[in-house]
Every structure is written in C-alpha cells, then in structure tokens.
Design a protein around this ligand. Structure first.
Ligand SMILES: [Zn+2]
Length: 78
C-alpha cells in the first residue's frame, strides 16, 4: 500500500476538461494539441471518441479515451 498525496489534489478532477493535452500523430509523429470536450461524442461501444486532422501530415485521426487510464488512444483513419 502506498500513500498517494497526488490522489488527494483537486487538480486531478478538473484536469480533463478544456485542457490541452499533447498527443503524437501515429503516422508522422508530429506533436498535436488535443482538447477534451465537455460534451463528447460517445461511440456505440460507450467510448468517448474524437476525430480530427493532423496539422502536419493531414491524416484523419480517430481517437478514443481509454476508460482505464483516461488517455487518448489515436489511430489513423483509412
Ligand atoms: Zn501526422
């Protein structure tokens, strides 16, 4: 058992709204900014899903929020 002080800070609760997260384009590895929405689209599997374009290579990217760790998982859309 570890004592986690970080778990008590309120910043964790507010950090996923309107805050830019850095993600890497899975195709060209460019660094992109990603903003969570407070009214996200939920796909048919119940995942919070996003789609946007890479500003560097123009690929259409599809992302879902991993419910386990709240991280964006990005894939290149065909
Ligand atoms: Zn790219």
């Amino acid at each position: 058992m570890m004592t986690k002080k970080a778990a008590m800070t309120p910043s964790i609760k507010t950090s996923n709204l309107s805050k830019a997260e850095k993600v890497a384009c899975p195709k060209c590895d460019a660094e992109l900014k990603f903003y969570r929405s407070d009214k996200p689209h939920i796909d048919e599997c119940g995942f919070e899903s996003y789609s946007f374009k890479c500003s560097a290579c123009g690929s259409t990217l599809a992302g879902i929020i991993d419910p386990a760790d709240d991280k964006l998982l990005l894939t290149v859309s065909p």
